[in-house]
Write a new protein. Structure first.
Lengths: 357, 841
């Protein structure tokens, strides 16, 4: 007699999570597609450059950003593809009108017979979640899909710069501290990442505080959550650990009422996934959960995987208004990584309780 | 044994030998022991079910006696309507002349139940398996098990194939049209291969199958809770535990039935996050922060709220006011759900039935809504909102009616449900819960999700949206309920729709939904709260304008507070603080606002202005000043007093204070002046235009301060300094799109409060823009509402588009400049063109 009935979140909690693996050399074949974004950070080119050095031909799907930012690496990506004889297709992601892009992406990938590598190194956070959810909902589901990720070598600002700005803001309460992005275009909600099953209950915002305090302010202003959970990011390298404290101070987390806080690694997606699953288990029966993926890239990958399986959470994203000077972008290409998504496939597209039937 | 089964085809169209009135008409299914056929009885004039079992498959004792007959007859003792009883038992022995010549079977004859087995139903109608469906099924099972236990009857083979989903609609208009029935009583135990199975464990297995069929993630929170109880308690313990010391109600059908019936109440208790006490009086500044805590909401809600009678009047109403003015608090407090949770829903105190709905749900379903290019999709948002509001209303109404009018509600629920389905214009699903409010709510919740899904693909010409509810459906359902339930007839339904504000709820979405919300009927009224007058679209899809005071009443709390006298405001503000100061977990060192901040009843604006002109920053303190700072945004006052307490050293320091006013005046003054800085910082964070809004308000503040220092008021005999805390255009203005957007944002965030009452000095009806009260000290102005900064339309546009340039032009820097300004202003009163001096480029 099999009486076991599991919800998707319970399945995900119990399932084994594939590791984020370091990769020295990416070897793609002519059936494979690498999805890259023309972001503005140097590491946006890292995976493509590495894979191109293998000498094998493969396919590249370049996602261009709109509105256009001069520092974007689209031209460099085209150049690498041309020089390495890679088959290139392009599509456009409008950051100010992103709804439905998942469908566009899946359509672009519909002819792929091999593996799909989703390079998140230069990818907008909302786009990452949209892409992962769209892949999960496609016929392929996560089968033969991988996330690739290039760390940066340097992550501005320096501790000194950040501290100096923080001191200035204490003296002038109306001063804004700006590093990578500035201001919020709007709090973006797209229908494909909406969750409408919970009605009327109090909302809990799960946010990842960032160096741009406007993001959290805008989220709180627009969404007016009853409760908050902050998932603070702890960088893997001890030399960068000061960032967590500075981010907390910039956002004045200690002064925000009705909030709880926890910390996960900015690199180990498993920790964030674990954290999200625990929050779901604790709060989802009484609260509508809204997750805003404003943390690190790999924290955002965790949000994407979580949302792909657990579809009754709402995603809301404070789209940046503009990006600051190139001096504030991350620099260099650090270690490269790969995450296999196939192990998450069995739970996708099925009904909640069918997993263990 | 399956091997003993004869070929079923040979029975077709033959009469049952011992019941020649019955002809076998149709083969239905086979089991391990026998075949099931549909037969027709000429004598009865109806179909009957004929189960034909080979004698070899039936149980006999060692002496060859037919012990199986006793087992089959046991079920005859049961009176539960779910039981399908055997009406007759006959033998079928074939003779050599017949096609069934080798047959030696027994025929069990029972009524023929129209409808599939539950197993088939689950596989063919997975969309219909909801938590409500499962509750109905398990309630039927437990109800049956109660009698079975009392009569010591067991079924022995209670699997999903022996549960039937019967459609009775063709012959029974009084009972529910679809019900669960249980068949094959005693058969399992009467066959030669006894496969007797524990009834409770069989029920558990079917329950597991049903739960697996539910789309858990599409369930409401309440249904998720009930899903959890059914899975973790019923499936995990109650139905399978053999040891009563581990679970006292395990396998006790009556107790389990009672628990099942109490699940709604259980959920209400769990959903309410009761903290009941504040850690400090300044916690939970907004209704959103209070969250699902009815006791706290009740404790903090003041019925001295200004404007309450208008909100409760039988009119469609648009309520506006600055954030934190209590719109959500009052709306939620007036809802039936909240009143039930706090024990304040006694019918004699309930003149209407309130339904609270917060529009963030609508925003998530229809973000950035634009009217689709196809007409068949226009009604999708109406469908969504109608399903949503009705689902909430029916859920609340059932809970309230069961508590106060159970004897009327229970017998009428089915009739009312029929009326609701008719009003919805939708055929009810063929499920046993269809004629219950729970079943309707389950369906409406699915309709919400369907509408959102239709909307996602509204631009895809290959997909057609389904048939949508029109704007009349909500009102029609309310009328249907009124017609059935006397206790609803006396009470109109008030739909409190909160945060109906653009841009989140776009103007096009509002224009669409206004077709529903602006309807005027006697059975339901719509109360819409919106952030500001400009965040509400006063028209419909056809650009038909809805007229204030005809289709709706506009109730602006900002204006009400602006023009209310201090005594009226003080009554409310003191009540709010009294509630909070008396609600803390540990006794607070003050019980009244006055004990904390003292009284400044003698505060005089003219005197304050003279001191400002003399270069002072007059001290601001006392409860009357707090009232003057309030533009309705009561949360600001609460937060401000909290800041004062913090600056004063906290509650512990105040406990030791022997002063009549526990917060020193200097501390109060500092907190008041600093608070606006925080507001401006948050304003800067507003998407797209935050910096510009801050620049605009700063420009106004600087210009107004220069007027105070250099100009005298024309409106007062004593010639006090001019105290302008408002802008008054000379003439009506039309702004370009950018300027209009900024204007709207200023109103949206209540940086200024718009007042259309009054005329300009040229006699034109123009909006006056009052600076939000708590920003006044930041710019060192006074609380007087007497004077204005008067602007020509082009200056007003410059003020919005280029505030720094405006400030350069309009700020007075010398007495000479002031004289020139006054002369120009005098002339401008009569004719256009105030003539600010252009700043040097």
């Amino acid at each position: 007699m099999n009486l076991q009935v599991q919800t998707p979140a319970e399945w995900l909690t119990e399932s084994e999570r594939p590791p984020l693996e370091p990769v020295a050399q990416f070897n793609l074949t002519s059936d494979d597609v690498l999805v890259v974004c023309g972001g503005f950070e140097e590491r946006a080119l890292g995976i493509l450059q590495n894979a191109a050095t293998s000498g094998a031909a493969f396919n590249v799907l370049l996602i261009n950003y709109k509105p256009y930012v001069p520092q974007n690496k689209s031209s460099a990506i085209r150049e690498i593809c041309r020089d390495s004889n890679l088959h290139l297709e392009e599509t456009t992601y409008d950051r100010e009108a992103p709804a439905g892009f998942g469908g566009v992406l899946i359509e672009s990938l519909s002819n792929c017979r091999g593996r799909i590598y989703l390079d998140v190194s230069g990818m907008s956070r909302l786009l990452m979640v949209q892409s992962l959810v769209a892949l999960a909902g496609s016929d392929r589901q996560f089968s033969n899909c991988f996330v690739t990720y290039a760390e940066a070598q340097e992550y501005p600002p320096t501790e000194e710069d950040a501290t100096a700005q923080l001191v200035r803001s204490r003296d002038d309460p109306t001063l804004s501290i700006l590093f990578l992005s500035s201001g919020v275009f709007e709090v973006t909600v797209v229908p494909e990442l909406s969750a409408l099953a919970s009605l009327g209950e109090q909302a809990r915002l799960i946010a990842f505080p960032s160096l741009d305090a406007h993001q959290l302010t805008a989220l709180r202003n627009e969404l007016q959550p009853s409760r908050l959970t902050f998932i603070e990011g702890e960088p893997p390298r001890p030399v960068n650990r000061w960032r967590q404290r500075i981010i907390s101070e910039i956002n004045r987390l200690d002064q925000i009422p009705n909030a709880e806080s926890q910390t996960t690694s900015t690199l180990s997606y498993e920790q964030t996934l674990e954290s999200l699953l625990k929050l779901y288990e604790t709060h989802s029966l009484r609260e509508r959960l809204i997750v805003s993926p404003t943390g690190s890239k790999m924290q955002t990958v965790a949000v994407g995987i979580f949302r792909a399986v657990v579809n009754d959470i709402q995603i809301a994203y404070p789209t940046p208004l503009e990006f600051c000077s190139p001096g504030n972008y991350t620099r260099g290409v650090g270690p490269l990584h790969q995450l296999a998504l196939s192990p998450f496939s069995p739970m996708l597209g099925g009904k909640a309780a069918e997993a263990c039937a | 044994m399956r091997a003993n089964l004869p070929n079923p085809a040979q029975f077709l169209n033959l009469p049952v030998p011992e019941r020649p009135d019955i002809t076998i008409r149709e083969f239905v299914a086979s089991g391990n022991d026998g075949h099931l056929f549909r037969g027709h009885s000429e004598a009865l004039g109806r179909d009957v079910a004929c189960k034909i079992i080979p004698r070899a498959n039936l149980l006999h004792d060692a002496d060859g006696r037919e012990t199986w007959r006793n087992e089959v007859h046991k079920a005859d003792a049961l009176r539960n309507p779910a039981v399908v009883k055997f009406e007759d038992i006959r033998e079928w022995r074939g003779s050599s002349a017949e096609p069934t010549q080798n047959v030696d079977c027994v025929v069990l004859i029972s009524e023929f139940v129209e409808g599939p087995s539950l197993r088939k139903f689950i596989s063919e109608n997975p969309e219909d398996i909801t938590v409500s469906f499962v509750r109905q099924w398990i309630a039927t099972m437990l109800n049956l098990l109660v009698e079975m236990k009392a009569r010591n009857v067991v079924h022995g083979d209670l699997h999903a194939g022996n549960v039937l989903v019967e459609d009775r609609s063709s012959y029974d208009l009084m009972g529910p049209p679809v019900v669960f029935r249980v068949t094959d009583f005693g058969v399992g135990d009467s066959t030669s291969e006894p496969r007797f199975k524990d009834d409770f464990k069989q029920v558990a297995q079917v329950l597991a199958n049903l739960l697996r069929a539910i789309d858990f993630q599409a369930c409401s929170l309440k249904d998720k809770f009930i899903f959890g109880v059914l899975r973790d308690h019923f499936l995990g313990r109650h139905l399978i535990e053999d040891d009563p010391t581990r679970d006292p109600i395990a396998r006790q059908p009556r107790e389990l039935f009672q628990r099942l019936q109490a699940l709604d109440t259980e959920y209400d208790a769990v959903a309410a996050i009761d903290s009941t006490k504040l850690l400090t009086p300044f916690d939970f500044l907004s209704c959103e922060q209070i969250g699902e805590d009815p006791s706290m909401l009740r404790a903090l809600y003041s019925d001295r709220f200004l404007g309450l009678p208008e909100i409760e009047s039988r009119n469609n109403l648009v309520l506006t006011g600055p954030r934190g003015c209590g719109k959500s608090t009052v709306f939620r407090s007036l809802s039936l759900d909240q009143r039930m949770r706090t024990g304040e829903a006694a019918p004699e105190h309930l003149p209407y039935l309130g339904v609270y709905y917060r529009c963030d749900d609508l925003y998530f379903a229809f973000p950035r809504y634009v009217l689709p290019g196809r007409e068949d999709a226009f009604d999708i948002p109406i469908h969504f909102v109608t399903a949503t509001l009705l689902s909430r209303f029916l859920d609340s109404l059932e809970g309230w009616a069961r508590e106060h009018f159970e004897s009327e509600f229970v017998p009428l629920e089915m009739i009312a449900s029929e009326g609701v389905w008719r009003a919805l214009g939708t055929p009810p699903p063929g499920t046993p819960d269809a004629m219950t409010f729970r079943g309707i709510v389950a369906r409406l919740n699915k309709e919400r999700l369907r509408a959102a899904e239709w909307h996602r693909f509204v631009d895809d010409p290959k997909r057609k949206p389904g048939c949508c509810f029109g704007p009349e459906v909500l009102q029609r359902v309310c009328s249907a309920l009124t017609a059935v339930f006397p206790f609803v007839r006396e009470r109109p339904v008030y739909f409190f729709v909160d945060d109906y504000s653009s841009p989140k709820i776009t103007r096009e979405l509002q224009a669409n939904l206004n077709r529903l919300f602006m309807q005027r009927t006697s059975v339901c009224f719509f109360k819409l709260s919106t952030e500001s007058p400009v965040s509400f679209a006063k028209h419909d899809l056809d650009q038909k304008i809805y007229v204030e005071n005809r289709e709706f009443i506009l109730h602006n709390l900002g204006l009400i507070y602006l023009h209310a006298d201090v005594a009226t405001k003080l009554t409310f503000v003191e009540d709010v603080f009294r509630r909070r100061l008396n609600q803390t977990a540990s006794p607070y060192p003050a019980r009244q606002l006055g004990e904390l901040v003292g009284s400044s009843a003698n505060h005089n604006n003219n005197e304050m202005a003279r001191r400002i002109r003399a270069g002072e920053k007059p001290s601001l303190w006392g409860k009357e000043v707090l009232c003057k700072l309030c533009s309705g945004d009561i949360h600001y006052l609460i937060s401000l007093v909290g800041d004062m307490v913090k600056l004063a050293g906290g509650a512990a320091v105040m406990s030791a204070s022997t002063e009549s006013c526990k917060i020193p005046l200097v501390t109060q003054n500092r907190a008041i002046r600093e608070a606006a800085g925080g507001f401006l910082k948050n304003l800067r964070g507003i998407p797209k235009c935050g910096d510009q809004l801050v620049a605009i308000v700063e420009a106004f503040g600087q210009v107004a301060l220069s007027h105070l220092k250099l100009l005298d008021s024309k409106n007062d005999e004593g010639k006090p300094p001019k105290q302008a805390s408002r802008i008054e255009p000379y003439e009506p203005f039309t702004l370009g799109q950018t300027a209009q957007d900024l204007y709207d944002e200023l109103l949206r965030y209540s940086v200024f409060i718009e007042d259309f009452r009054g005329k300009s000095r040229r006699g034109n009806v123009v909006p006056r823009l009052y600076l939000r009260r708590f920003l006044i000290p930041h710019f060192n102005l006074t609380f007087s509402t007497r004077d204005s900064i008067e602007l020509e339309p082009d200056q007003f546009a410059m003020f919005l588009l280029n505030p720094r340039r405006f400030e350069e032009a309009a700020r007075l820097r010398s007495e000479e400049a002031a004289r020139r300004y006054e002369a120009a202003a005098e002339a401008a009163t009569m004719q256009p063109g105030l003539g600010f001096e252009e700043p040097s480029q």
